[in-house]
Design a protein around this ligand. Structure first.
Ligand SMILES: Cc1cc2nc3c(=O)[nH]c(=O)nc-3n(C[C@H](O)[C@H](O)[C@H](O)COP(=O)(O)OP(=O)(O)OC[C@H]3O[C@@H](n4cnc5c(N)ncnc54)[C@H](O)[C@@H]3O)c2cc1C
Length: 499
């Protein structure tokens, strides 16, 4: 029998799950020519945990096995270790090594490509969600399972912040390990730029702490090298920044004016101080068979660390370009603004891609963008098909690219492409959406850099190693060889151990 390597299996799993294949541990073990752990061995793992081991057939299994992106709902883990502390993570890792069972670390479960699930053992740290502000030095200690909402809740009483994302349920682990941006990032930097220290359990079960002084190469890799690559992070400590009042804006225009407004918004961003953030959106709603025939929406959303009249002045080129159909420019506390922006989309099943834009987009670039948004073929998902330009630059770009593993330090925009669907959509409709997103991505190539955001991880991206990590890839491989020489932390797009 020809046996598969872990990498081949991970690749195959990644390809198959998109086509709704059921991947079970039996399939994996058969492919690898190995014997599955017996019930008694799973029970032995359960006894080693302070938390719980959830197995197929258990009451909570159906709920706990599901990834956020339901596109990967066909993956059935053989077990889910709901860890109650760092020692449970160690026990789960040691057990999986003893039985050669594949593993996936899971925090918020929001991996776009389903990389936090596996037919083997999911090691879930979501119960490690404590958040504590250290009054003495103003830093914040965060458990590896905390979500954005837990982090913000912990920070708010102290009026200090780190830059984090918009979606309340995204996990801090995945967010920070792959960079992490939000409406404060041009002012405060990426989530990973706030990181001072993190604790991990390695595949061997060894616990390590890393910071600028201790295991500094691993610390470098944990700031942008991506989740699931080196070990399981159980705790983080971040520097915080005082926050007070801000202004927010939420604007919309008629689609007929998009070709005037979008370049004007780019002008705004190119001349903006770090205090301004921007999400320029174009998208079509789905929901019914004819929903996508309506014209797309053209929107701009963001935050400004300053008063509303100064914000209005900054936005003037875009406000002058065409009359708005929605116009909110208003003062808020930082926390009210956070609540205003909190948003969870996409839901259900989706595919996202991303590109970095490092030169100002030409009119042709904007026209290509608009033409492709208009062409979205429709689905039964109300969120539909869309693209967003997230303003980059400011504090993000002031960190030299080699200083941390996060390499994308010269962009103007991060461009995200998204198509969403439901399980009620036909195969043809899903295929049309997937063709659309690949066609859109290909059409933008002349206008964007060949780089993508590692946290918008894209199972179909060719040359993903250089696209996510660029010049930092070689050093990441060195760190991987040192801290995970057996390549236990492995998935279709994990950092390789070979050069
Ligand atoms: C609705 C939505 C909104 C989003 N909004 C933003 C945004 O505003 N800004 C932004 O930058 N990104 C955003 N993202 C992307 C997000 O940053 C990534 O999907 C991130 O990886 C999710 O982290 P998680 O812990 O929730 O996911 P998970 O799926 O649990 O983990 C992601 C990866 O990290 C690994 N991992 C998980 N926990 C650990 C751990 N403790 N130690 C080591 N590895 C671990 C997993 O194995 C997996 O490979 C969004 C994603 C979604 C789905």
């Amino acid at each position: 029998m020809r046996l598969m390597t872990r990498r081949q299996f991970a690749l195959r799993t990644g390809q198959l799950v998109g086509a709704a294949a059921v991947t079970s541990q039996l399939e994996w073990l058969a492919a690898c020519g190995k014997a599955a752990p017996k019930q008694a061995q799973w029970r032995a793992l359960a006894r080693r945990l302070r938390g719980s081991l959830v197995l197929p057939g258990d009451e909570s299994y159906a709920r706990l096995r599901l990834p956020f992106n339901r596109r990967y709902a066909s993956v059935h883990p053989s077990g889910i270790a709901m860890c109650a502390g760092q020692s449970d993570v160690r026990q789960a890792l040691e057990w999986s090594q003893e039985h050669d069972v594949p593993i996936a670390a899971r925090s918020g479960g929001h991996s776009y490509a389903g990389y936090s699930t596996t037919p083997g053992l999911v090691i879930d740290v979501s119960r490690l969600n404590t958040v504590q502000v250290n009054e003495a030095d103003g830093t914040i200690s965060v458990g590896g399972g905390a979500r954005n909402t837990d982090v913000y809740d912990g920070l708010q009483p102290h009026n200090v912040a780190i830059s984090a994302g918009r979606c309340p349920s995204v996990g801090i682990s995945g967010l920070a390990l792959g960079g992490g941006f939000g409406f404060s990032s041009r002012k405060l930097g990426l989530t990973s730029d706030h990181l001072l220290e993190t604790r991990l359990v390695l595949a061997s079960g060894k616990r390590v702490t890393c910071s600028a002084r201790e295991n500094s190469d691993l610390f470098w890799a944990c700031r942008g090298g991506g989740g699931g690559n080196f070990g399981i992070n159980t705790a983080f400590r971040f520097a915080t920044h005082p926050v007070g009042r801000v202004s927010i804006y939420d604007l919309a225009w008629d689609w007929r004016d998009a070709s005037e407004v979008a370049p004007a918004l780019q002008t705004v961003l190119l001349h903006a101080p770090d205090e301004l953030s921007m999400r320029l959106g174009m998208g079509k709603a789905g929901g019914g068979p004819q929903a996508h025939r309506a014209p797309p929406k053209m929107t701009a959303l963001g935050q400004y660390f300053g008063p509303p009249d100064a914000l209005t002045e900054l936005l003037r080129p875009a406000l002058r370009a065409a009359p708005t159909t929605k116009r909110l420019i208003a003062a808020r506390t930082f926390w009210q603004a956070k609540d205003y922006f909190f948003h969870t989309t996409p839901r259900d099943q989706f595919m996202e891609k991303s590109s970095y834009i490092i030169k100002p987009l030409s009119d042709r670039g904007f026209q290509t963008m608009m033409r492709w948004v208009e062409r979205w073929p429709g689905s039964l998902n109300e969120d539909g098909g869309s693209m967003a330009l997230f303003g980059w630059g400011g504090a993000i770009n002031r960190v030299p690219a080699p200083e941390t593993a996060f390499v994308h330090r010269d962009a103007i925009f991060l461009m995200a492409y998204a198509t969403e669907w439901t399980e009620r959509d036909t195969r043809a409709s899903v295929a049309a959406g997937l063709d659309w997103i690949e066609g859109f991505f290909a059409a933008m190539k002349p206008h964007v850099a060949a780089r993508s955001y590692q946290n918008f991880i894209d199972s179909r991206l060719p040359n993903w190693e250089s696209a996510y990590y660029g010049q930092n890839l070689e050093r990441l491989i060195q760190v991987k060889r040192r801290f995970d020489p057996g390549d236990r932390f492995h998935f279709a797009q994990s950092i390789p151990t070979r050069g």
